[in-house]
Design a protein around this ligand. Structure first.
Ligand SMILES: [Zn+2]
Ligand SMILES: [Zn+2]
Length: 139
C-alpha cells in the first residue's frame, strides 16, 4: 500500500530487525491482502517517567475537556461515551527535562488524540502552531 505525501512516498515496511518476518513487505507490497497477525512478542522500552498525579490534577481542573489545538469538545461529540476524555501534552518535551526540573500544570496542554499525534509527528510543533494551521485550513 503506497500513499502519496508531500515529499515522496511512504509505505508500510518490514521489521528491519526481523527481515524474515512473514509480514515483511517487498516490492509489490500492494499485493498483500491478508497477513497472519496476533503473535505475542515481548518488547522492552525505556520510557521517560511522567507524573500521573500531575496529569490527573490537570485534567481535574478542566471544566470542559476541549482540545486546545482544534477546539473539539469531547462532551459535545461523545457525550456519555467519553465526554471527559482528553490527553495531556507536555509543552516542554519530557526528553528535554533534566532530573532537577519540575513540571507544572501550566506546562501541560489539553489535546485530543489526533491532534496530539500530529504535534508529535511534526517535530513537536507548538499547540499554538497546530491551532493556527487548523484555523487556516478552515477558511
Ligand atoms: Zn484537536
Ligand atoms: Zn505530547
Amino acid at each position: 500500500m503506497v500513499f502519496k505525501k508531500k515529499k515522496g512516498f511512504w509505505r508500510l515496511r518490514a521489521d528491519p530487525l526481523n527481515p524474515s518476518s512473514p509480514d515483511g513487505f517487498q516490492d509489490g507490497a500492494e499485493a498483500f491482502v491478508e497477513a497472519e497477525e496476533g503473535r505475542v512478542n515481548l518488547k522492552i522500552h525505556l520510557r521517560r517517567e511522567r507524573s500521573k498525579k500531575l496529569i490527573d490534577a490537570f485534567k481535574a481542573k478542566l471544566t470542559e475537556p476541549r482540545c486546545e489545538a482544534c477546539g473539539m469538545s469531547f462532551a459535545e461529540v461523545y457525550g456519555d461515551l467519553g465526554g471527559d476524555y482528553i490527553e495531556a501534552h507536555h509543552k516542554i518535551p519530557i526528553a528535554q527535562l533534566d532530573r532537577s526540573s519540575t513540571t507544572t500544570l501550566d506546562d501541560l496542554a489539553a489535546v485530543r488524540a489526533n491532534c496530539h499525534r500530529m504535534i508529535h509527528k511534526n517535530n513537536l510543533m507548538l499547540v499554538k502552531e497546530l491551532a493556527e494551521f487548523l484555523m487556516l485550513r478552515k477558511k
